[in-house]
Design a protein around this ligand. Sequence first.
Ligand code: UGA
Length: 447
Amino acid sequence: MGRQPESVSFVGLGYVGLCTATVMASRGIRIIGVDVDEKRIEELRKGHPPFHEPQLQPMLKTVVRKRRIEFTTDASQVSDSSTVFLTVGTPSREDGSIDLTYVKKATQDVGSAIAGSPAYHHVVVKSTVTPGTTTDVVRPVLEASSEKVCGPELGLSSNPEFLAEGSAINGTLHPDKIVIGASDAKSSTTLTKLYRRIYSKSKVPTIVTDPTTAETIKYASNAFLATRVSTINTIANICQRVPNADVETVAKAIGLDPRIGPLYLKAGPGYGGSCFHKDLQALISFGRSKDYDPLLLTAVEEVNQRQASEIVNLSKKLLGSLDNCRIAVLGLAFKKGTDDMREAASVRVIDELLKNGAKVSAYDPMAVENARRILGDRVELMQDAISCLKGADCCIVMTEWDEFRKLKPSDYKSNMKTLNIVDARRIIKRDDFDGFNYLGVGLGLSS
Ligand code: UGA
């Protein structure tokens, strides 16, 4: 393929790998992207991403056309790269602990690829891994498979990723920080230099530390954010039980306190997505393996699991029994801007609605196909919001898509059987909805 030695490789082309690789390619760095999924590689060569992410598709098309990025299933191609990022998935085992199978396999593949190469290679663990993994798991596998020793000829670092789905490209272009957990000074210099090439114009705060602290920073970040969401949902559930109390005003006020800040204070149906639940479970399990029970995190998870019942209870308040009632669920993705259904709160809510004997119709602007795989024929998946509302006894707004903000009262009035709305994201302007029975998360009934 005639690659130049300064190329950078990514092993694993999921969210983190593909978005980061594409942004680096757009900044003029030659990228080799490796994944075991042949179909994914074929599509990527045509510039087609395997998931919806704003701004990704045009950027990917451009870098593919300009040949700044090459895709392959052959991991041995990484031998031409000075830096190799490991960006494979770290799923949960049944007991919640982290499954490092893909990390070990990718490390082994990379080690075998660079074995015998006289050049300096730097292996960077970007996958989310529990504290100590880079040093205690990756390092021995890498040293054995490459027949090299970490140090002057082989670099090793942890470099966690903080991008969020739906704003992954923007987040990668403008990160709030870079965390480099280097195992030695040369690794640290190599990675710092690479990031300087990418972010030459902006001064991104960079924390240089050891691999284990870097790995811990990633879990601390997700644990803290998830805790904020469960905290505000707890306050919302209390507000719901107090006449006139409104969590939105509470959040606005406490967010003005610089010690608290305004972000991640939006009450809702509970967090979803591929990370918070998985990472909290992994951290809880890790803590227990070290003889420490992280009670706070267990509570954060439990509050989150129960939040679905809070939403279903609002619909029960409006309808009494849900048996044979038709519920229209607007929004299935775990948040707006993505087609991702992993751990989506919509699934927990729908499961409970069905258990209560309701019939469910559902619609999402992006996630219908993924929803079909998860929900099958248990719900009626509709092609637009209006058909979803037809004949409904109650509508639950589950995802904060702009499309749902734009629905007019007449859209509900001319389609629903009875005008009951549960707003699990607080996106509806209540003042425009005179004559409706409206309940919102975190909103106490007026006395
Ligand atoms: C999260 C983190 O935000 C990223 O920094 C991290 O890199 C990523 O996990 C990861 O570990 O890969 P993500 O799961 O994409 O990113 O989504 P978030 O925007 O954090 O939202 C997670 C969930 O919390 C969503 O269901 C969202 O609706 C919910 N949420 C978020 C709330 O209910 N209220 C809020 O105020 C904020």
